[in-house]
Design a protein around this ligand. Structure first.
Ligand SMILES: Cc1ncc(COP(=O)(O)O)c(C=O)c1O
Length: 512
């Protein structure tokens, strides 16, 4: 039986996962010499069809084969058997040889959160986009072409030439003073005067969110979170063991009257909010609601976790100061340079005042002692030299704006009869709602079949969705690709609408 025939023969009811069975088919073919060094593997779409699996399962299997060192992907040309693959294949653990099944009993029980799958799929989709002819409107970070590569290379060389001893050495838990000073000045330029000692440098804003949630919340506590939000915020609160109460947002940001009503019934310890250019709506908290929110925090004694990661990427509307400037003892501020300078640099930070700062520093020490010294020193120079402000104004904002405009134009042409969306004033995302709910799972599967991916509402809402929502991110694709992606999305929506039986009730994906 050829390996292609074996793909059609995989066992849906057996103990071995579908992904692993596909991996086994290919690694077996490589080991047996049916696939030799340099041979091209079939496109993941073909594998998915033959095996009768979702396209993402096929993509995951290819990713696993790459992790095992058996294949390599070349952007634009496909996936190929590596020259050293046969040797690697023999050494690699296969489900048949060394059976790791005992681990299922030894490991503690764990429920996979919906966002785990979304993030894993997003990274696969970004990686496999070319090979799989997939246009991922799901990827929440910009294309690498935005990053100031030459300048970062120069500054890295400078740091290594001048400060190699410091750059390769352990540093303070909070990060080098040079970076904290540059970040304090960066925040002061935005209207929130900071002492460098109020700042803790983190490994991306994602770590900052986790540290703050762990510093403030204990299992069983209640936290509130704007809805929709970023899945990392929702995860951080869940992982700290707290219960999340969703607070709706509209064009003026979080509904503070709804929050006030919740505060009458619950003891809320922390509220997570993005007051400037929320991901995914791209909207701000209005001045009246800012005031109301601060007043509520003071009256009820809760912390506000202000996530400001998109706050500088503004296309329209008045520039707003960070909320932290108005109530530094209540607001713990989280930010990073990842959406403009380089996601891989993981340059994030927290600013906080009072005992909570100590608690966050302790969590940072428990987590990873400190972030990478070299990139922190490079980041310090990038900020202090004025490069960052220039990059933001001349490159990053026009880059995102051009893509936002392309998305709005394409949506207007393709989707206005079936959907409505929130007009983003900035940021990298758009929040869309279908006029008629559709089965979330069917729609996402059909979209991927059509060659487009998005983040479904269930991953970005702390509560179970009542309508079909999508987050469409516009930083990763070229404007022409965005237009094509929206066209494919329109095709997918129409196909699922046509196939829908009138009696079928909409089915949602599980909530994180
Ligand atoms: C609102 C928001 N906060 C935090 C993060 C995490 O950012 P980082 O890449 O710096 O960890 C993201 C990333 O997508 C985000 O969208």
């Amino acid at each position: 039986m050829s390996y292609k025939e074996r793909l059609s023969d995989i066992n849906r009811d057996g103990p071995v996962s579908l992904t692993q069975q596909i991996v086994d088919v290919f690694s077996g073919a490589i080991e047996a010499g049916d696939l030799g060094p340099g041979d091209r593997l079939p496109p993941t779409r073909e594998v998915a069809e033959r095996a009768g699996v979702n396209h993402l399962t096929a993509a995951r299997a290819y990713r696993k084969l790459a992790d095992l060192g058996l294949v390599t992907s070349r952007v634009g040309s496909g996936t190929f058997v590596r020259t050293a693959a046969a040797a690697a294949g023999v050494a690699a653990p296969r489900s048949g040889s060394a059976d790791p099944g005992w681990q299922h009993y030894a490991l503690p029980e764990e429920t996979e959160m919906h966002s785990d799958r979304v993030v894993t799929d997003m990274l696969i989709q970004a990686d496999q986009a070319d090979a799989a002819d997939l246009l991922p409107l799901s990827v929440g970070y910009p294309a690498s072409s935005l990053y100031p590569v030459d300048r970062i290379a120069e500054l890295t060389a400078e740091v290594l030439a001048e400060d190699a001893g410091e750059a390769l050495q352990y540093t303070a838990i909070e990060g080098p003073l040079a970076l904290r000073t540059a970040l304090a000045e960066h925040m002061a330029r935005r209207g929130a005067a900071e002492d460098p000692d109020a700042i803790i440098s983190t490994t991306g804003a994602r770590q900052a969110l986790a540290l703050v949630a762990r510093a403030i919340l204990r299992p069983g506590d209640v936290a509130a979170c704007e809805s929709p939000s970023f899945f990392g915020v929702i995860d951080s609160i869940h992982t700290a063991g707290a219960r999340i109460l969703p607070v709706p947002i509209d064009d003026d940001g979080i509904d503070t009257d709804a929050l006030e009503a919740l505060l009458r019934r619950h003891e809320i310890r922390m509220l997570a909010v993005q007051p400037r250019l929320n991901n995914p709506t791209g909207r701000d908290l209005s001045p009246e609601r800012r005031e109301h929110l601060i007043e509520l925090a003071r009256r009820h004694g809760f912390f506000i976790l202000e996530d400001a990661i998109y706050g500088d990427i503004r296309f329209e509307g008045e520039t707003l100061t960070p909320l932290r400037a108005e109530a530094p003892d209540h607001v713990v501020y989280v930010d990073s340079l990842t959406k403009t300078v380089g996601g891989g640099l993981r340059l994030g930070w927290v600013a906080a005042s009072g005992p909570v700062l100590e608690r966050i520093a302790r969590q940072k020490r428990l987590d990873d002692t400190h972030s990478v010294t070299l990139t922190q020193l490079v980041g310090a120079r990038f900020l202090a030299s004025g490069d960052h402000e220039r990059h933001l104004a001349e490159r990053a904002i026009p880059f995102y704006r051009e893509r936002r405009d392309a998305l709005l134009e394409a949506l207007g042409t393709e989707l206005s009869p079936v959907a409505s969306w929130v007009h983003p004033r900035g940021g990298g995302h758009l929040f869309l709602t279908l006029h008629e709910p559709l089965d979330d799972r069917e729609l996402l599967d059909e979209a991927i079949r059509q060659g487009v991916a998005y983040v479904p509402g269930a991953a970005i809402l702390p509560e179970r969705p009542r309508a079909t929502h999508m987050r469409l991110s516009f930083g990763f694709l070229e404007p022409s690709e965005i237009r094509e992606a929206v066209r494919r999305l329109g095709t997918a929506i129409r196909a699922v609408r046509r196939a829908r039986r009138p009696s079928a009730a909409p089915r949602s994906l599980p909530v994180a």
